[in-house]
Design a protein around this ligand. Structure first.
Ligand code: SF4
Length: 232
């Protein structure tokens, strides 16, 4: 297999966790305890019993964000709405924030993607540029990047409410990852509204925060996966 070493740039990664049923455990289940003593307890051989958990991992928009306190130029800060936001043109690329983020979700932008022949997928001309999302800030080389919770979509909704009237509580903002997920595994909403779907899910007993013991008070919660593993 050819190993590809490259700089990576993405704002959400899919972590995978594997669990196995050991041969001893499997045999115990089959009431074959006599043979179980001869097996290597540390070795897992029942590959057919592999279970996989997928965990999308992006910026958790921590209320006590460790990335914010280490930035010497305040390029990452907290918004009044609870977002951990980047001011790209203030960032000087120290990468301290990336080092201090316990979830490792920040990426350093090593390249100038726009108008770069190496990244020209028919985008580096006036017509091609019309395809690129005009609502997202164009970043340059040398800044730290991360998930913004699609702040441009939140802003668009706020402007719409301001123009047309109404209440933000009744507006459903969808993030790009949420819209792209075919199984509706991602839910986004207003945690200040106790009646919103996201608030109800946060109160669900299956909801948990990753690395909760660090007390960074992340805004993202995951639901424990429940599987019926009893053999029939
Ligand atoms: S997940 Fe990382 S980048 Fe996002 S707010 Fe928390 S510490 Fe900062």
């Amino acid at each position: 297999m050819k190993l590809r070493l490259r700089r990576e740039m993405h704002w959400i990664r899919i972590d995978r966790y594997y669990s196995f049923v050991s041969e001893k455990e499997s045999m115990t289940r089959e009431n074959d305890i006599a043979d179980a003593d001869s097996t290597d307890k540390g070795e897992y051989k029942h590959w057919e019993n592999v279970s996989v958990i997928h965990q999308p991992m992006m910026c958790q928009h921590c209320a006590q964000a460790p990335c914010e306190t280490v930035c010497p130029v305040l390029a990452t800060s907290h918004s009044s709405e609870g977002l951990n936001q980047m001011t790209y043109n203030r960032c000087i690329g120290t990468k301290y924030c990336g080092n201090n983020c316990p979830y490792k979700v920040r990426r350093f932008n090593w390249f100038r993607y726009n108008d770069n022949d190496k990244f020209d997928f028919h985008f580096n001309n006036p017509l091609g540029k019309m395809v690129i999302n005009p609502d997202v800030t164009v970043r340059t080389r040398g800044v730290m990047e991360k998930c913004s919770f699609c702040v441009q979509r939140i802003q668009e909704a706020k402007l719409k409410v301001k123009r047309e009237g109404g209440n933000m509580k009744n507006v459903q903002v969808e993030t790009a990852c949420q819209r792209a997920c075919p199984s509706n595994a991602i839910v986004f909403g207003d945690l200040h509204n106790p009646d919103s779907d996201i608030s109800k899910l946060h109160r669900n007993e299956r909801a948990f925060s990753v690395l909760d013991e660090l007390n960074v008070q992340s805004s993202v919660k995951y639901m424990t996966k429940i599987r019926n593993t009893e053999t029939i």
